[in-house]
Ligand binder design. Structure first.
Ligand code: EPU
Length: 302
């Protein structure tokens, strides 16, 4: 979608929004898949309510992009514009055991930044790609921990109320790869309350998690992490592996040889290829195990 109306372009510039026309979303997603649209870069949270009012008044559909690491975007010319936060400088500020973190901050860098200042707890998240906002929205977790455990407060744009609000941790429910945020809420910033731990000890935990991840996941390849959630009491990766589907592919979309719940873009995979592979694997798992797999990856259809 293109924004070309000069009046609208003028208003965007007044709001301090940077417009990057004809952006390839394949360059902003870890799968390396996605068509083109205009990207709106937001430097000030306070401009968001006016920006959304403006887009809605001009009938411009919009979506909000985090780090693009758990996302499958459709191919071709996309029928909505995409908004993305520009991280402020600095994007992490510490105050005792509290870390004030902008949603656009990189998750891995946040974990190491806090670790170096003797704040731990998030060791398991070290290799999880993406932004803190993205991790919050889906309650990212690994190796026995999840980010929700440490959330004291979240600042967000509530689409339903059309304003910026602050929620306390106990007002949000954090479950396995799921939260009580509405799909169109925009995460803006978070306060994490982290346990004190000596850096050396945190580093040991980080090294163990890194080693586990390196030995079981296809880290160097383009993927969105696990494609499916694990059904209660079962492992999607193990079932897909047991079905002999490692290496199974549709075009360049392929089930990883290393971890069967990672689907990789082995070249120039399209969204169509990836969606066909997802549907095919789902059907086979359903047939053999009688379980319907739920996507962990978020799909943006055109
Ligand atoms: N397994 C296989 N074959 C495979 C993959 C796994 O047999 O191809 C077996 C493993 O041997 C193990 C079991 O399945 O016995 C579970 O595997 P793993 O320890 O890799 O954990 P997982 O359930 O597949 C989950 C998360 C990962 C997270 C790891 C470590 C989900 C969907 N996945 O994977 O998170 O990193 O645990 O905590 O919850 C993600 O969410 O994107 C993600 C990568």
């Amino acid at each position: 979608m293109r924004i070309s109306d000069p009046k609208l372009l003028g208003r965007l510039s007044e709001l301090g929004i940077e417009l990057r026309a004809t952006t390839k979303l394949s360059e902003l997603t870890s799968l390396g898949i996605g068509g083109t649209t205009d990207l709106l870069r937001i430097a000030k949270h306070e401009s968001i309510p006016d920006l959304l009012k403006l887009l809605d008044a001009n009938h411009i559909p919009h979506k909000f992009l985090g780090g693009g690491s758990n996302l499958l975007v459709d191919d071709g010319e996309l029928p909505w514009v995409v908004q993305q936060l520009v991280p402020p400088e600095p994007d992490i500020v510490l105050e005792g055991n509290l870390a004030h973190v902008d949603a656009a901050a990189d998750l891995g860098r946040t974990v190491t930044f806090c670790a170096k200042r003797d704040l731990g707890g998030m060791e398991g998240l070290i290799g999880v790609p993406g932004t803190v906002g993205g991790a919050l929205r889906m309650n990212a977790g690994a190796y026995g921990m999840q980010i929700g455990t440490y959330v004291r407060e979240v600042k967000l744009y509530r689409a339903a109320a059309r304003k910026i609000e602050t929620l306390r941790g106990h007002q949000i429910s954090f479950e396995y790869r799921h939260t009580s945020f509405a799909p169109d809420d925009m995460m803006l910033a978070v306060i994490l309350e982290l346990p004190s731990k000596p850096y050396n000890e945190i580093l040991k935990g980080i090294r163990i998690c890194n080693e586990k991840r390196r030995s079981s996941q296809p880290l160097g390849q383009k993927s969105a992490g696990c494609i499916f959630k694990n059904p209660p009491g079962a492992s999607a990766g193990r079932m897909i592996d047991e079905l002999g589907l490692k290496g199974h592919s549709v075009g360049d979309a392929r089930v990883s040889d290393r971890h069967a719940n990672f689907f990789v873009n082995a070249g120039r995979a399209s969204a169509k290829d990836m969606l066909a592979l997802i549907a095919d694997v789902c059907e086979r798992v359903q047939k053999t195990y009688g379980l319907s797999l739920e996507n962990e990856v978020v799909v943006w259809n055109a």
